[in-house]
Design a protein around this ligand. Structure first.
Ligand SMILES: Nc1nc2c(c(=O)[nH]1)N[C@@H](CN(C=O)c1ccc(C(=O)N[C@@H](CCC(=O)O)C(=O)O)cc1)CN2
Length: 284
């Protein structure tokens, strides 16, 4: 069997096309959504992701506000920029690009953000709202994954889903989204402490691999017909992306997300959705 492609690039393009019209409607009402980004340090991956976010903004008509600090920036210097964007009326939503350099207290920075301007859904208040099933901006990668599955007609309701990884941007929030009544999936979360990962993977209808461990998911551990989402990013010696999913999995799976071209573009599209939805809420 050759798996069907969960095409993140095309799906993100369709979402952006819809957002372009919504941004134009907002501008007619006198509201210009503005996305701010705070990038600290010179990690080439983070620089690329942030540049992509601003390219997307330009495509749909969202204004861009970019703040960059050197890798030597102190906690206080980063927090000063957070306070500045909290106060800036042109910035209707913003993100702090993660990870922050070693030695910076990431949680303290996130907590300082105005939760109403949190475009990533990673402020503790918004994660709490998600736990309590209250309206909140949803974390971009998990929500992007759900949108990708839905738009390709993959059944989520009742599915056995295995999430591999427990990081703050994907692994932690992903089960919260999947177990809402609207999704009704059954979730197993695996991590470095999981004793027999293969045994869990073999039972899964949907695998979400977000461990950052190259080729962790192998063809022999995937149930025929399963949907497999590759979120992991490791780099080869030549700097090319190597995902968490071995290429042979495409021979067994029913659906597979390419990497690049799968979940990454959906993360960026979902960020724009959060910015536009917040601006729409502000005009009622
Ligand atoms: N504040 C946040 N930080 C981070 C998040 C996040 O959601 N919020 N997620 C990741 C990185 N990320 C978003 O910031 C991200 C990752 C990947 C892509 C993307 O478009 N990838 C392309 C490939 C790009 C390449 O060639 O390197 C793809 O998959 O096709 C966008 C955003 C960690 N930090």
């Amino acid at each position: 069997m050759t798996a069907q492609i969960l095409d993140g690039k095309a799906t993100a393009a369709a979402i952006k096309s819809d957002l372009t019209a919504r941004v134009a409607a907002l501008k007619e009402k006198g509201v210009t959504p503005g996305l701010g980004t705070i990038l600290v340090g010179d990690d080439p991956g983070s620089q690329k992701y942030v540049a992509g976010k601003h390219r997307d903004c330009a495509q749909v008509g969202i204004a861009s506000i970019q703040r960059e600090l050197p890798g030597t920036a102190t906690q206080e210097e980063i927090e000063a920029v957070v306070r500045e964007l909290n106060e800036d009326p042109a910035c209707t939503g913003y993100i702090v690009q993660l990870p922050l350099p070693r030695g910076i207290d990431e949680n303290r920075v996130l907590e300082l953000m105005d939760p109403d301007k949190d475009a990533d859904g990673l402020h503790p208040m918004n994660l709490g709202r998600l736990v309590l099933n209250e309206p909140a901006p949803l974390p971009c990668t998990p929500n992007g994954i759900l949108t990708l599955l839905r738009r390709h007609g993959v059944e989520i309701k009742g599915a056995e889903v295995v999430v591999v990884g427990r990081g703050v941007t994907i692994g932690r929030p992903m089960p919260l989204l999947l177990t809402r009544r609207s999704e009704n999936a059954t979730v197993t979360q695996c991590h470095t402490g999981t004793r027999d990962l293969a045994a869990h993977l073999r039972r899964a209808d949907i695998i979400i691999a977000a461990a950052g461990s190259a080729h962790l998911v192998r063809a022999e551990d995937v149930k025929p017909g399963a949907a497999v989402l590759d979120v992991g990013v490791s780099r080869s010696a030549e700097g090319k992306i190597v995902g968490d999913v071995h290429p042979d999995v495409a021979e067994v799976a029913g659906w597979i997300s390419p990497n690049p071209g799968g979940v990454g573009p959906m993360t960026r599209a979902q960020l724009l959705v959060n910015v536009v939805e917040a601006a729409e809420r502000s005009v009622g």
